[in-house]
Design a protein around this ligand. Structure first.
Ligand SMILES: NC(=O)c1ccc[n+]([C@@H]2O[C@H](COP(=O)([O-])OP(=O)(O)OC[C@H]3O[C@@H](n4cnc5c(N)ncnc54)[C@H](O)[C@@H]3O)[C@@H](O)[C@H]2O)c1
Length: 362
């Protein structure tokens, strides 16, 4: 594609986040990228985003954007239930798609989106943004070092978040409605971790899960514990929790145990990676982590942009690669195949939780 003329469907939290990133990145693409329109059923949301991020057209009519003859790229940013209709129309109109996770409220819808995108060969990318977070690439390097001299024993992840109808970034109520969200904390937030686990540690063989619902919204679990068994037999545990502690907003706490090294990470950002091994304990902070990844192919183009890479603006890094690979005709990643894999893992966890933690092959 020579030029990208972008329409954003949804001017809520994530639609605005992409609008911010795209405006930040626009100067890097010599006039070949422009956000032409943003649509939202809430006219004020669309108008405010258009004014804030210099977007020409704000509308309440999503189809006016999806059918717009000059727009050739769609960012799908409505509540989860609506990604299917957005993708269907974008594909019918021959537009490339950036698709936010978790992208469907049921396995059937997820499979249909997969079918639509793959049979039409639509260029697309799924919003598993943590794949672009520099800190996880630094973590991978430390994992490689640890693995070179001692085997992986186990992994523990606690992923917690203020119930996202009250959190700092999330204050709309659709995440408490099963018809719009599909389910609760695992599908809405933990799906990032299901993708991350296989990306970091390899394929899962089977999963077992239990869930709880403290807040009481029907079908919206706010607690999910998952046992993972990888193909090599290593077992891992995840806990996903939505809580009511505004002073503690949202954290991924990782412990990765090798026989002779423990790696811990308690951040989304470029700090606090701690390695303990037979020699010492060392905590890597922002400058150390920056040095570890700045020359990687994924980050070197942005290494001079301290406002992007140094602060670990991983949404901007993710969008940079979407634009760059689309313009260059290169492969986009993660694909809907990887998206469907994470969705399938989540589905198996829900099936297991319904059967009191029975193991499910995946
Ligand atoms: N990748 C990530 O890290 C990430 C982060 C947040 C959200 N998300 C995903 O992005 C999607 C949107 O989440 P959000 O946080 O932006 O939600 P949000 O509630 O902040 O925004 C949704 C917007 O959609 C509008 N809307 C709702 N129904 C509509 C309809 N039928 N037609 C037109 N507009 C409609 C609302 O007015 C609102 O402005 C969800 O699938 C969510 O899971 C991904």
């Amino acid at each position: 594609m020579d030029h990208l003329t972008i329409g954003i469907i949804g001017a809520g939290y994530i639609g605005r986040e992409h609008a911010r990133c795209l405006r930040l990145l626009k100067p890097l693409f010599d006039g070949r990228v422009n956000v032409a329109a943003i649509a939202d059923q809430n006219p004020e949301a669309a108008q405010q985003a258009a004014a804030m991020f210099e977007i020409d057209m704000a509308t309440t009519d999503t189809n006016a954007v999806l059918d717009h003859p000059e727009i050739n790229v769609i960012f799908s940013c409505l509540p989860t239930k609506f990604h299917l209709q957005t993708v269907r129309r974008a594909v019918e109109n021959g537009k490339a798609v950036f698709l936010e996770k978790p992208f469907a409220v049921s396995l059937e819808d997820a499979q249909e989106i997969h079918r639509l995108l793959t049979t039409s060969h639509t260029p697309h990318q799924v919003g598993f943004v943590l794949r672009y977070a520099p800190v996880y690439h630094a973590l991978k390097k430390k994992m490689d070092e640890a693995r070179s001299h001692s085997p992986l024993r186990t992994v523990i992840l606690r992923d917690d978040q203020v119930f996202p109808i009250k959190g700092i970034s999330h204050f709309t109520d659709w995440r408490s409605r099963v018809d719009l969200a599909g389910a609760g904390v695992l599908i809405e937030h933990g799906i990032h971790d299901l993708d991350l686990f296989e990306w970091l540690f390899g394929s899962a063989k089977r999963v077992s899960a239990r869930m709880g619902n403290h807040a009481g919204y029907p079908g919206i679990e706010d607690y999910m514990e998952v046992r993972f068994e990888f193909a090599d037999g290593v077992a891992a545990n995840m806990i996903h929790l939505w809580h009511d502690i505004p002073a503690h907003q949202s954290i991924r706490h990782f412990e990765i145990f090798y026989q002779q090294a423990l790696l811990t990470l308690e951040t989304y950002d470029m700090h606090h990676l701690t390695v303990r091994d037979e020699e010492a304990e060392k905590t890597y902070e922002r400058p150390d982590l920056f040095r570890m990844v700045a020359h990687d192919p994924l980050f070197k183009d942005l290494a001079s942009r301290e406002d992007v890479l140094f602060v670990s603006d991983y949404y901007a890094i993710q969008d940079y690669w979407f634009l760059r690979n689309l313009l260059g005709g290169h492969s986009l990643f993660p694909t809907i195949g990887e998206g469907l894999r994470a969705f399938t893992l989540a589905h198996a966890c829900y099936e297991s939780a319904k059967q009191d933690g029975a193991w499910m092959p995946v």
